[in-house]
Design a binder for this molecule. Structure first.
Ligand code: ARG
Length: 473
């Protein structure tokens, strides 16, 4: 019997010892081409590096390598042009690409899979894919942070209420609030970068699980594909998916940050808060209630973390208890990860657009920032500073003054001096200087505090750093 592919009874790639084709259900549960076709660019990149190395090492001829690389370039062009037909019978992206290569270049294609297995091939492709996504997140987060810092600089002194327990706590500035997210997204970038550095080892050449008897040069392929080094253990190389888990864990945390911010946008846009406005292009209407402006983009950004955290959970459960080395279970890592990483990219971009677009309603924010006795802490601090009261006592005295103000339905600033003196006789007129929102803000000059001066400095520092990163990256 010939080795040609006109034997339709079995799989073209591994069907030698089979005399019957896979059952319909076998093909259906086994095929991954429906989703792993997005790995084609990475698959082709890996194959080109592998072919070049095989030739360099004298394992295949230089002319075969040339044929293979030329053919892979054509496959790549066909996929880009959308003229490539993916076939479910060929299971996955690796065999679809290799089969087409064979149609284009003939027998030389059959030499590409020397010293390689789909196990190290898929580990490589997915690493390259996740690494590309991590790099995209890094850039997208720089752009998001730039938008935040730019808006924060403009609104370094724009008063808004600061909340704890979602109750008015102390005045802060809108710029300070935005800069809080700059810090969170900076830590997210650092987590992605950590994940990337551990991911950046090349599994190619681990072959099925045990390495190979061919004299391959794994350092050469690792270098050609931008890895720091080859992985050190062939079993680990084909069975490790913790690079996916780490990327998803970092993505989950980033998704949580985006979600919290998105929730604030939703709150701020309610008429009850009325803190910000988004333009028509970033809101939607209702098909029944003509007055509505809905923050759908923020709501969806708030929700995306559900899928991302779900993907992390899903892969933790797939990997738990799997014996070494490769098992087909691991094919289940792809769909959820692809979805999760696209969801995060989308959420980051949507949030960036909203930050660039949002305009604060300064009057509403200023008015709200003075409500709820938000400068009571400033009063207590004044009692400590000027009257030398211990803070605990000052806290108690201030509490009684707030109670009195509440009874008279007055803000602290409007409460007559006698009313305060009836509680603490040594309070003087000078106290009023600390009771305004503006004074409260200006006084918070401790490192990391909300004073407009601090916020402006932080925002400018970040803008400078981020602009440099954007142009150098
Ligand atoms: N489609 C497979 C996956 O995603 C590729 C590796 C298949 N390896 C194998 N020995 N069947 O995991």
């Amino acid at each position: 019997m010939s080795h040609s592919d006109d034997d339709k009874s079995a799989n073209k790639m591994w069907g030698g010892r089979f005399s019957a084709p896979p059952a319909e259900i076998m093909e259906e549960i086994n095929a991954s081409i429906g989703f792993d076709k997005v790995l084609a660019p990475q698959d082709i990149r890996g194959s080109k590096a592998h072919a070049a190395m095989l030739a360099e090492q004298g394992i295949i001829t230089k002319s075969d390598a040339r044929e293979i690389i030329k053919g892979l370039n054509q496959v790549s062009a066909e996929i880009e042009a959308g003229s490539f037909t993916f076939s479910r019978a060929l299971e996955d992206v690796h065999m679809n690409v290799e089969n087409r290569l064979k149609e284009i270049v003939g027998p030389a294609a059959g030499r590409l899979h020397t010293a390689r297995s789909r196990n190290d091939q898929v580990a490589l492709d997915f690493r390259l894919f996740v690494r590309d996504r991590l790099d995209e997140f890094d850039r997208a987060l720089i752009v998001l942070k730039l938008a935040l810092a730019a808006k924060a600089e403009i609104h370094a002194g724009t008063a808004m209420p600061g909340f704890t327990h979602l109750q008015p706590a102390q005045p802060v500035t809108f710029g300070h609030h935005l800069m809080a997210y700059v810090e969170m997204f900076a830590r997210d970038r650092s987590r992605f970068s950590d994940a990337r550095s551990r991911l950046n080892e090349c599994p190619l050449g681990a072959a099925a699980l045990a390495g190979t008897s061919f004299p391959i040069d794994r350092h050469m392929t690792a270098k050609a594909l931008g890895f720091d080094r080859p992985t050190a253990n062939s079993l680990d190389s084909v069975s490790d998916r913790d690079f996916v888990l780490e990327a998803l864990a970092a993505a989950t945390i980033c998704g949580v940050h985006l979600s919290r911010f998105a929730e604030e946008i939703v709150l701020w846009m309610t008429p009850q808060f009325g803190f910000i406005r988004l333009s028509d292009g970033l809101t939607t209407g209702s098909s029944i209630m003509p007055q509505k402006r809905n923050p759908d983009a923020a709501e969806l950004a708030r929700a995306k973390v559900g899928r991302i955290a779900g993907a992390f959970q899903s892969i933790v459960i797939v990997m738990k208890g799997l014996p070494l080395a490769y098992s087909k279970d691991m094919q289940e890592d792809k769909e959820v990860t692809l979805d999760a990483l696209s969801s995060l990219a989308l959420a980051i971009t949507a949030m960036t657009r909203m930050v660039e677009d949002m305009e604060p309603n300064k009057d509403a924010m200023r008015a709200a920032s003075g409500r709820g006795y938000s400068t009571a802490t400033d009063l207590a601090d004044w009692l400590v500073r000027e009257l030398k009261l211990p803070f605990r006592e000052a806290h108690h005295v201030t509490g009684s003054i707030v109670k009195e103000a509440e009874k008279r339905k007055l803000d602290l600033e409007k409460l007559p001096l006698e009313a305060m003196q009836s509680i603490e006789p040594r309070i003087s007129n000078a106290v009023y200087s600390v009771l305004s929102v503006e004074n409260s803000l200006a006084s918070r000059t401790s490192y990391g505090g909300t004073s407009p001066q601090n916020v402006r400095k932080m925002a400018r520092g970040w803008l400078k750093r981020l602009e440099k990163e954007l142009t150098s990256g």
